[in-house]
Design a protein around this ligand. Structure first.
Ligand SMILES: Cc1ncc(COP(=O)(O)O)c(C=O)c1O
Length: 404
């Protein structure tokens, strides 16, 4: 991996060469290619799927071409399986408010795991209060490995209709065994929704090989703009799903006494769509596609291994999760005895290390680990071992400051 070349493609890295940006699980920085594509889309705009004049047609083409780029990126069968949303959260909410609300009944079971982000918890809790579905949780061990025997026990109960699971934990950096979970869920006729918010930036995703039923992610964690996310769903599921929001674009016909919804994906894209952001997301995917996944994975693993070395050599640090570079992807979270993660990351920030602290929108997981908050090192394609070097000493300094 030519990391200097990669870094030179990011204005943030060029303008802040000394910054150690370690918060990419929250939001990645953006390469020039995305900014350029976004500016071009802003400079000559019109509404997709509206006008017939040449500019309007070019915009429609660009919007639909962005959909095709996403289709290729995740291996969907057709572009119509790709719904543009605001973010991953909205995508999961569409699954809950449309497919699940239409299909599930009181007493049916939705399985979640303790690794989930709140975005893959709260929509199901809201569904439970609306229609009486039962939420069942799968626990993990201290290394973040999910208890698949417990999953089997729940699945034999016969009322599981959906398993909604993260593809990559935004706290522990562990990847649930998606293929196995999907196989077991399908064996009892349950559907599987994958929260791929973290996964898509770090590993290749192929929805057909995985055979997941739904998959959701956001653009801004994938080197793309904010305000754009993706819901993938199998065609036959989308076809059976009612729209969630009503308005322009999502109809075939409107009369005084009602409306006929458009076919998917337009059915789920009410109102003027985030055209500029969709073009920016496609540019991010195109930019990322110049690298081989094998190289990206190997490079990011080396950076995480260096970060683990720093943490391991620092007294008072508790590494959460497996603590092995080959068992994690994207991020590592940790605590330091006697220092609140917020105080720690504020002090680290003064030294140029940009890390996030808190519950990372995963309170059930933090409760499971017996803590209220953690600090997180989260890397992207542009990070180097240099970015994490000295972190151990800086943490030790911070701990001394708070011990005084
Ligand atoms: C695992 C996971 N799921 C879902 C989300 C929610 O993403 P968004 O806020 O873009 O909807 C995040 C964001 O941090 C995440 O890490």
């Amino acid at each position: 991996m030519d990391v200097p070349y990669i870094r030179s493609a990011f204005p943030f890295m060029r303008e802040h060469p000394a910054a150690r940006y370690l918060d990419s699980a929250a939001m990645t920085q953006v390469p020039d290619a995305v900014i350029d594509a976004t500016v071009r889309a802003l400079a000559e705009r019109s509404n997709p799927h509206r006008g017939m004049y040449p500019l309007a047609e070019r915009v429609t083409e660009a919007y639909e071409s962005a959909r095709s780029t996403v289709r290729r990126f995740i291996g969907a069968r057709t572009p119509s399986e790709i719904v543009f949303t605001r973010n991953c959260t909205e995508a999961i909410n569409i699954v809950a408010r449309s497919w699940a609300q239409e299909t599930l009944q009181a007493g049916d079971v939705v399985v979640l795991t303790v690794l989930e982000h709140h975005s893959n918890i709260v929509p199901w809790q809201q569904l439970a209060s609306r229609i009486g579905v039962v939420l069942t949780w799968i626990d993990c061990d201290d290394a973040g490995v999910l208890d698949l025997d417990a999953l089997d026990e729940v699945l034999v109960g016969g009322r599981v209709k959906l398993v909604s699971v993260t593809g990559l934990s935004n706290v522990l950096g562990v990847q649930p065994q998606l293929t196995e979970i999907i196989r077991r869920a399908h064996a009892v006729g349950a559907r599987v929704c994958v929260d791929a918010a973290q996964l898509v930036a770090h590993q290749p995703v192929d929805v057909r090989a995985l055979d997941c039923d739904f998959l959701a992610f956001s653009g801004y964690k994938l080197y793309g703009p904010t305000g754009i996310g993706v819901l993938y769903a199998k065609s036959e599921l989308l076809a059976s799903m009612p729209p969630v929001m009503g308005g322009g674009m999502m109809i075939q016909e409107v009369r005084r006494d009602g409306f006929i919804p458009a076919d998917p994906p337009a059915r789920f894209e009410a109102g003027t769509p985030p055209y500029v952001e969709a073009v920016g997301l496609a540019a991010a995917i195109d930019w990322l596609s110049q690298f081989s996944w094998q190289d990206v994975v190997a490079h990011e693993r080396d950076v995480l291994a260096a970060a683990l070395d720093e943490l391991r050599s620092t007294p008072g640090v508790r590494i959460l999760g497996p603590g092995k570079a080959d068992a994690i992807t994207g991020c590592i979270s940790f605590t330091v005895d006697g220092v609140h993660p917020h105080d720690l990351t504020a002090l680290l920030g003064e030294r140029g290390y940009m890390l996030r602290a808190g519950h990372h929108c995963a309170q059930p997981l933090h409760r499971r680990l017996g803590i209220g908050a953690s600090a997180r090192i989260a890397i992207g394609i542009y990070n180097t071992e240099e970015d994490v070097r000295g972190l151990g000493a800086a943490i030790a300094d911070a701990a001394r400051t708070f011990a005084r």
